[in-house]
Design a protein around this ligand. Structure first.
Ligand code: UDP
Ligand code: MG
Length: 321
């Protein structure tokens, strides 16, 4: 067996047929022109695409010798597809990037430079985001700041999964078998020396986002629940507050009863009853809902199923030599 490559570029792909060729073109060019000409592999994960993504990848494999294809058994979602790629990559440094060219491959050079300076993680910080709806940009901004406030892990704001990780960071991730993965949080949690590089996020090269609102929301909830128990405590705080209010209200009602006067705005009783019932009902449902979110995740983890299934792994170098 040959020596492992110095760099691995990992790209999850889901229905990206229009992006495969330009992706290899641009990433290939960058890798070929890196100072010192490090050996490399491009690990593409086909995340159960329903279009011609797999054919496009196989086309590239006939032309290039640096491609590793990880074909998953079905669609597992971005974070698990990325995990499958990271697990397969052999490089001393692993670079994770999106396959739609929103993450400019040109940044790889800056990543590698920082890595040579001794950093274990170099992440890309988005200064601007082109071609994305105002709604997405605003919710993303809000989300990153919320996560930062709610967790004890120092997760950098406005940072996606586009980053370089050293071998020891990759090994730490491989030892974290959790299923509801929030990779950017997990990488921060690992520690070591981390730094950021600022860039402007491009538009998608082709196709449209694979993160509609529903998936984005799930991802956000995964991010918060896997790094924070603040929502659980929030439920109990809310419970305490409403009980305190109810207690004070009860004292007032009893007081009026004893001194046989009517409270201001008195009507025979149902308005206040309804308000109390609705309020307490709401608080309880919120509490149960939050418990459910965590319990569901515990249940998923306890089942201990593999987090993704590989259908096949192919290396383009195999066929050429
Ligand atoms: N992706 C994936 N599986 C999925 C959804 C997305 O592998 O179920 C990939 C997708 O092909 C892309 C990356 O994850 O390479 C980021 O997805 P997208 O560009 O749709 O997200 P956005 O940039 O809109 O947040
Ligand atoms: Mg994108």
């Amino acid at each position: 067996m040959e020596r492992p490559p110095t760099l691995s570029v990992v790209v999850p792909l889901y229905n990206e047929e229009g992006n495969v060729a330009p992706l290899f073109e641009r990433v290939g060019t960058i890798l070929a022109h890196l100072p010192g000409n490090p050996s490399h592999e491009i690990v593409v994960v086909n995340d159960g695409s329903a279009d011609r993504t797999l054919e496009r990848i196989r086309d590239e494999m006939r032309r290039r010798s640096d491609v590793v294809l990880v074909n998953l058994s079905r669609n597992f979602g971005h974070q698990l597809a990325a995990t499958a790629g990271i697990d397969t990559a052999l490089g001393d440094a692993v670079i994770l990037m999106d396959g739609d060219l929103q993450d400019p491959p040109e940044l790889i050079e800056a990543f590698v430079e920082k890595w040579h300076e001794g950093y274990d993680v170099v992440y890309a910080v988005r200064r601007t985001r082109k071609g994305e709806s105002l709604f997405k940009v605003l919710t993303a901004r809000l989300f990153y700041r919320l996560v930062r406030r709610m967790t004890k892990v120092d997760i950098p704001v406005d940072t996606g999964d586009f980053r370089l990780m050293s071998r020891r960071v990759v090994e730490a991730l491989r030892r974290s078998p959790e299923r509801h993965r929030f990779l950017r949080g997990m990488v921060s949690w690992v520690g070591y020396r981390q730094t950021g590089v600022v860039y402007d996020r491009d538009e998608r090269h082709s196709g449209k986002t694979k993160y509609p609102f529903g998936k984005m929301l799930r991802f956000a909830i995964d991010g918060i629940t896997s790094f924070s128990d603040v929502p659980l405590r929030f439920a109990s705080y809310l419970g305490f507050c409403s009980s305190a209010i109810a207690f004070i209200y009860a004292l007032i009602v009893i007081g009026f009863k004893l001194f046989s006067a009517h409270p201001p705005g008195y009507t025979p009783g149902w308005a206040s009853t309804i308000v109390a019932v609705l309020f307490l009902g709401g608080v309880q449902l919120i509490g149960i809902g939050i418990l459910g979110e965590y319990l569901g995740r515990v249940y998923d983890e306890v089942k201990g199923r593999p987090i993704y299934l590989v259908s096949e792994i192919e290396r383009s170098a195999d066929s050429t030599g």
